[in-house]
Every structure is written in structure tokens, then in C-alpha cells.
Ligand binder design. Structure first.
Ligand SMILES: [Zn+2]
Ligand SMILES: [Zn+2]
Length: 261
């Protein structure tokens, strides 16, 4: 498989830069404050993932529970972490090419689930169609931006995860692990990884690839944001490891330092 194109990486970086820039209601400083608010127990002891999906592009049953299990180990949320499937997003068609501006406008409009004052939220959108900047060799699977929004391109993941060399009976499991991997990766960006608002304890940012981790076994490795994910995951599967990768030791150390400071 080819490496992610420069264009693709650039766009991923644009999305991250917008997230940290001053062109939204979050300044860079408040973006960093939000990172701490996700990780620490105060002032928000509870976290809600507000999920909005196009009908037919919802997360797999069971993915949320596994994701929350992972988050519960790295975030101090004594009031709990909950995923709430809220509204449906109207499909713009299986061939629709989502632009960044379109996703940003949709997110701002949809981030409206009312929660108690002890709760901080993230918005998670599962959509059909594909990202406007995709090319034949390079597909974007998910984007995180403004330190509070993320989108998963479910249709793109599904069309890629069913093409590999795995036996058919393994494909459903493979697609589920791919979905969990990309979702975990994008939440990692909202939590400030890598060097994206969360201070590094050890230098593990892969500067050539934006805000990603140098460790291949870590879910924040750069390849997990694009179609190389399927190669890496398939290699794991063929070696008998049928689990999506989690956060590696350096990323865990960054989270721990803020959680326990
Ligand atoms: Zn990424
Ligand atoms: Zn890492």
C-alpha cells in the first residue's frame, strides 16, 4: 500500500491547526484547558460522547462499551463516561464528498445535547460518503478538530476493511477492530495527543507526521489515521493478535501526568 499522500497529511494537519487556532470559539489557551477538563475529575467529573450518525452508518454495537472501557483507564471521571446516540444526520448520498467547512458547520449545529453542569462533552459524527480530499490511493478515515469534534468516515472504513486477505469469517471482526482503532485515535487527538495541547513527558512526537506518536504499536502512530491502518491491522490479525492497538507507554505517560498532577 502507498504511504499517505502529502496532500492528505497536510489536510489532517489543517484540521488539527484549526482545532488549535484562534478562528473558532476556542482559543489555543482554552483548547489546552479543555484537554485538562477531559482528563481530570474537576471541574467535570462526567464525560458524555454525543453521537450523531447517518442512518446505516452507526457504530457497531459493542464498540462504544469497549471504547469507554479504554477511556475509563486513562481519564479520571468518577461520575462516569457515557456514549449517547442522539440525533440522526440526514444522508447526503453515498457519493457525497464532505468538505471540511461542511463538517465544521454541521458539528457546530449538532453539538446540542443538554447535559448537567458536571458534564463535559465531545461530539462524534458517523457519516456515509467520503472526505472531499480523498484520492484513489489515500483515504481519510477520521478527523478530530477544535478539541471537541470528531468525524468517522464509516463508509470509507467499510469499503476498505472488507477488501483484505482475511478469510470472510474474520472480516466482521476486522472491520469492528478498524472502527475502534480510528475512533480511539481521533479521541486521542481531542485529549491532546501527541503534543497537541497535552505536554509530552518524553519526546515521542513524530514531527514528520504532524501530531502523532513515534511508536508503531501505539494507536497514535500516524498510519492509523489513513488507509495504512488496514495493512497494519491485517498484519496483527494474521499473526494471531485480533485486537485493535491501544495507547502506548509514552502516550499513557502524558495522560497520567495531567490526570495525577
Ligand atoms: Zn491522527
Ligand atoms: Zn504513543
Amino acid at each position: 500500500m502507498p504511504l499517505l499522500s502529502r496532500t492528505n497529511l497536510f489536510l489532517t494537519m489543517i484540521a488539527l491547526l484549526v482545532g488549535l487556532g484562534g478562528c473558532s470559539d476556542d482559543s489555543a489557551a482554552s483548547g489546552d484547558a479543555r484537554v485538562e477538563q477531559y482528563i481530570r475529575a474537576q471541574p467535570f467529573p462526567r464525560l458524555v460522547l454525543e453521537i450523531e450518525s447517518v442512518a446505516g452508518s452507526e457504530p457497531y454495537g459493542g464498540t462504544e462499551a469497549r471504547l469507554i472501557g479504554r477511556l475509563a483507564q486513562i481519564l479520571d471521571k468518577p461520575g462516569g463516561i457515557e456514549a449517547i446516540r442522539d440525533e440522526t444526520i440526514a444522508s447526503r448520498g453515498a457519493h457525497h464528498a464532505w468538505s471540511f467547512d461542511e463538517l465544521d458547520a454541521l458539528a457546530a449545529q449538532r453539538f446540542n445535547l443538554e447535559v448537567d453542569s458536571d458534564t463535559i462533552k465531545m461530539l462524534v459524527m458517523f457519516v456515509d460518503g467520503h472526505y472531499a480530499e480523498d484520492s484513489a490511493s489515500s483515504k481519510v478515515l477520521g478527523i478530530a478538530w477544535r478539541q471537541k469534534y470528531l468525524v468517522i468516515f464509516k463508509q470509507t472504513i467499510e469499503s476498505s476493511c472488507r477488501k483484505g486477505a482475511l478469510i470472510p469469517s474474520l472480516q466482521d471482526k476486522f472491520c469492528q477492530e478498524a472502527e475502534l482503532t480510528i475512533w480511539t485515535h481521533e479521541i486521542g487527538h481531542l485529549l491532546g495527543l501527541v503534543d497537541n495541547g497535552l505536554p509530552m513527558q518524553n519526546g515521542h512526537r513524530d514531527h514528520e507526521h504532524g501530531r502523532h506518536c513515534t511508536r508503531k504499536e501505539c494507536v497514535m502512530y500516524w498510519a492509523y489515521t489513513g488507509n495504512d491502518l488496514f495493512d497494519v491491522l491485517q498484519t496483527r490479525f494474521l499473526a494471531g493478535n485480533e485486537q485493535s492497538p491501544g495507547f502506548g507507554p509514552d502516550c499513557l505517560a502524558d495522560l497520567k501526568a495531567v490526570r495525577e498532577k
